[in-house]
Design a protein around this ligand. Structure first.
Ligand code: NAD
Length: 459
């Protein structure tokens, strides 16, 4: 859909929404089934497009994009009737005699979903599932930095869905800006904190509610008593998945001095085990999204001591899986989200220093702690804050739909996945329904002689 069509498409979407079709739960379930069918029909084209834009393997595409989305759609199809039931809640019968109270989940109306480029499919389609399941009409804005994938998604959506119901606008930042000038009933944005601020300012003009799924630096801490072999396997996997272009990737490593050398040795071996001694040749190791972003990452490589990796090929958008030791909090690599396959390492001898450092920085999207001691694990969680966290693992909290996914503070606001998505895209409407058989007159004026009774009732 072209930028100049935005106002007319939105007008037709509003009319479609006002015809009440999306209020019907069976209609929504049919649409979710259609979405599953559409994804399966375009599965092969998606694999190809991912190879073009990000050099990503079929396994990783299914693991982190397609499989995740199919599973989410299946969950909404099975659970929607249960989630959408009005929720009965208690009513104080002294204050509200002969009343019932219910919370209805109703759709907002027109929803805008904007996605980034790093997981360009699931970060657009996963929120779409929540928006559809909650009964909204949706406009989608894929990232312009992954054009092959955006092209396949545009073809898929326009072939399978009525544009009055779900529309998709491919285009550059001007398209994003034009969309943000419109009036939305809800905006769901995934991207950088800088653009998140722009989105929130635009939303404020119409008092549109927003969910902001942002990023930042997610710390990973390995304590002296951690299981180092397991930590090395999991951290190496999580850091270099999608070549480090993951919002919840461990951004940097804090490791206890007593185990640092051993952990870094194990991690260097893991890199070879996962991607061979020549990761450039491995079909399992993705590329950076653009030459410009490869150049930005390459500039970090002059800092600290390279423990492994360090090779760069700008034209091939390649940065080797790299571990940088001897980094301090003041180094440039510690000043911004890395968002690439470079892991700076700092060491500590007192965990309280680490906690102070984390708490003196913006609240991260994710936080990871490795230790075998339950009391230390509990203390670490209790003394810090982040969107989500894992103990003795990285990334995997995102893959449990019973856990809400989202940020806090600088890493965002609002949450989704599973039932949390349905709730996020629904207005929770309170309805108190009262019998007319009895009408107790205490609340009506004149109030003379009723004050003591009021104080007895409300305290
Ligand atoms: P981005 O903020 O640059 O772009 C995201 C979207 O915003 C794109 O669709 C783009 O068209 C639009 N946009 C860009 N500039 C704009 C402007 N000036 N006005 C209006 N719209 C504009 O983010 P990105 O580079 O695509 O993604 C990287 C960031 O996203 C990282 O910070 C990462 O941590 C974060 N991220 C967060 C999550 C999460 O779930 N919390 C997931 C993935 C990525």
């Amino acid at each position: 859909m072209q930028i100049q069509n935005i106002p007319s498409v939105l007008q037709s979407q509003r009319e479609f929404f006002n015809a009440y079709l999306t209020r019907d739960l069976d209609f929504r379930i049919e649409q979710l089934k259609t979405l599953r069918k559409a994804i399966l029909a375009y599965e092969d084209q998606l694999y190809e497009a991912f190879r073009t834009d990000l050099g990503k393997s079929k396994f990783e595409v299914y693991e982190t994009e397609i499989g995740l989305v199919l599973e989410e759609a299946g969950r909404h199809i099975h659970k929607l009737h249960q989630w959408a039931k009005p929720l009965k809640t208690g009513t104080n019968q002294v204050l509200h005699f002969w009343s019932k109270s219910r919370i209805y989940k109703e759709p907002f109306g027109l929803v805008l979903i904007m996605a980034p480029w790093n997981y360009p499919f699931q970060l657009l389609i996963n929120p779409l599932i929540g928006a559809v399941s909650a009964g909204n009409c949706v406009a989608l804005k894929p990232s312009e930095l992954t054009p092959a994938i955006a092209g396949v998604m545009e073809e898929m959506i326009t072939r399978f869905f009525d544009p009055r119901y779900i529309s998709i606008f491919n285009g550059d930042v001007e398209t994003s800006k034009a969309l943000l000038r419109e009036k939305w009933d809800h905006i769901f944005f995934t991207g950088s904190p800088a653009v998140g601020r722009i989105v929130m300012e635009s939303a404020a003009r119409n008092l549109s509610p927003v969910v902001l799924e942002l990023g930042g630096k997610s710390p990973c801490v390995v304590d002296a008593d951690a299981d180092l072999k397991v930590a090395a396997s999991r951290i190496t996997w999580g850091k270099f998945l999608n070549s480090g272009q993951t919002c919840i990737a461990p951004d940097y490593l804090f490791v206890h001095t007593s185990v640092k050398d051993e952990l870094l040795r194990l991690m260097s071996n893991k890199i070879i085990q996962y991607f061979s001694a020549h990761p450039k040749e491995s079909s399992d190791y993705p590329r950076i999204v653009s030459e410009e972003k490869t150049q930005r990452l390459a500039a970090f490589l002059g800092q600290g001591k390279v423990i492994c990796g360090g090779e760069v090929n700008i034209h091939d958008r390649y940065i080797a899986p790299t571990i940088l030791d001897g980094i301090g909090p003041g180094d440039p690599v510690m000043q911004e989200e890395i968002f690439g396959p470079i892991l700076p390492v700092m060491e500590f001898s007192d965990i309280e220093e680490v906690i102070r450092f984390i708490n003196s920085n913006p609240k991260p999207l994710a936080l990871y702690y490795f230790s075998e001691d339950k009391a230390r694990q509990d203390a670490f969680i209790a003394k810090t804050s982040s969107g989500g966290a894992c103990i003795n693992d990285v990334i995997t909290h995102i893959a449990n739909p019973n856990l809400p996914f989202g940020g806090v503070g600088n890493s965002g606001m609002g949450q989704y996945h599973g039932q949390f998505s349905f709730d996020t895209f629904s207005h929770h409407r309170s309805v108190l329904s009262k019998s007319t058989r009895v009408d107790i007159p205490v609340r009506y004026p004149p109030y003379k002689g009723k004050f003591r009774l009021l104080k007895m009732l409300l305290r």
